[in-house]
Design a protein around this ligand. Sequence first.
Ligand code: PLP
Length: 377
Amino acid sequence: MQDKIWLSSPHLSGKELLYIQEAFEKNWVTSIGENLDGFEQDLKECLSNNHEVVALNSATSAIHLALVMLNVGKHDEVLTSTFSFVASANPITYRGATPVFIDSEKETWNMCPKALLEAIEDRIQKGRKPKAIIVVHLYGMPAKMDEINEIAAKYEIPVIEDAAEALGSTYKNKACGTLGRFGILSFNGNKIITTSGGGALVCPTKEDKNKAIFLSTQARDNAPHYQHSHIGYNYRMSNIIAGIGRGQMEVLPNRVNARRKMHEFYVELFSEINGVEVFSESTSDYYSNHWLSAITIDTSITGKSREELRLEFLENNIESRPLWKPMHLQPIFADAPYYGEKVAEELFDKGLCLPSGSNLSDNDRERIAKVIKNFFS
Ligand SMILES: *Cc1c(COP(=O)(O)O)cnc(C)c1O
């Protein structure tokens, strides 16, 4: 059997251990130190320099903290994209609040502004004005942020950008993660850069940052003894993990380029195959890091389904994965309100994510191309 080709596996720069070693030598094996400050500074410079970054132990924690900072509580409702990973929605339930799911539009596969507006107006009419909006940039593709922000501003509802998959992506030349009230990044093992596990909260002010650090380190009041007047969390990233992040930030532009090259590889490969579309930017307003390359298969033209292709890949020890199963179809969210049509459902039926790692070799690409050409021939 040939080696496994993964969908998206960690790709280290070789510098990570040097940062970790330094932390060991200086005995900063804790949750403060140079790596933490350095990693946050690297992220800040990469995003805009006008935002503050708080490194945390996961993006899930970061979403939870953002909801805490927006005072989302029991009986509140939060609007979010149905077409996403479950971690976009789970933290809403940690607050005792209810997620309300919004369908995708076909251009970016992200939150449909029309369905969003319909949802807001309907919830308000029911006396349940949403407390926040969590919008996701799926597979690195920026959502229609101008339209979404305009609606959010009109109804004065804060926007949390789940940019867990979109570090390095831009919308109208602005970094994803800096386009809402709060931004969320992930450094999980399969993301565009990794710290093995980790995340960050992006916020507009130093005041926000201080508050997020306070809440993520057990919310200790300013006193010599341990005094608490707020519920806190243990969500801060460690200085060791942040060392991996610094090593990864040195190569982020290379990683984005390599992922975008994988996307181009698929565009070229499928240009000769009728009935398959590679998910791509619709206009130059959108610049995707192409964290995952994805296709949709029109079965009426190809006579083949995405599941058949997935199994064919598997047969050749190559990992691929159906697009996200919409959250409003998940058993845990069976009772949650939903607004929209069947765009996300259809994408789930037709779509497949293909091997997209920045560390794939020419030989890997040859194996992938061979499976695809044989399958559709
Ligand atoms: C990976 C991911 C998350 C969660 O990130 P963690 O760091 O693993 O908690 C949240 N939202 C989206 C869209 C993701 O892809």
